[in-house]
Design a protein around this ligand. Sequence first.
Ligand SMILES: Cc1cc2nc3c(=O)[nH]c(=O)nc-3n(C[C@H](O)[C@H](O)[C@H](O)COP(=O)(O)O)c2cc1C
Length: 190
Amino acid sequence: MLLDYENLEPKQIYKVMSQSIIPRPIAWIVTEEGGVVNVAPFSYFTPLSSSPATVIVSIGHKADKTPKDTLFNIRKTKKATICFVDEENLENMQNSANPHEKNESETDIYNIETKYILDGYPPIIASVQSAMFCDFHSEVELDGSTKPIILNVKKQYFKDELIDEKLNIFLENISRVGKNFAKSKEITEL
Ligand SMILES: Cc1cc2nc3c(=O)[nH]c(=O)nc-3n(C[C@H](O)[C@H](O)[C@H](O)COP(=O)(O)O)c2cc1C
């Protein structure tokens, strides 16, 4: 079968792409605006370059066509904290994908503990193994409803026991495979 994307609805394209480009890492993004901490997951997310250290994440719009809160906040504050999701955080991560009013914080609604560890940046989710502190770099204009945002990674947090002095790192990230999730720990050696 040869699928022609020209003949597919955006929802169908999402269905095809998200089951083909697997696994996809998940950026569990914390932003803060007007005193409200916002948390939401995004899997159209990937590293872009290590020099400069950049990642890209595509963020869409709400049903009412306004930008998702994460997109609004990054555009306004130019800051984002990207947490990596492990199995312990799976339920909180999924809950935080539910839509809420902009003035409501997922951290309160779902009892997600956060902590501030770097001045000038949104907090990390307290239980995560690692998080990147990022500055807005630019937005890629694709003439669609989803807006790819490039972020510069400035600093990265690790739980002390998950990194050694040679920069070997031992994270157990969860990634997205279609609608499901996979653990990075299950590695097949070649
Ligand atoms: C695992 C997962 C991955 C997601 N990836 C994306 C994505 O890449 N882009 C997007 O716009 N929404 C994505 N979503 C949906 C958003 O998390 C959801 O719309 C959320 O309510 C946005 O919250 P906000 O308005 O607080 O930013 C994803 C949801 C889940 C559970």
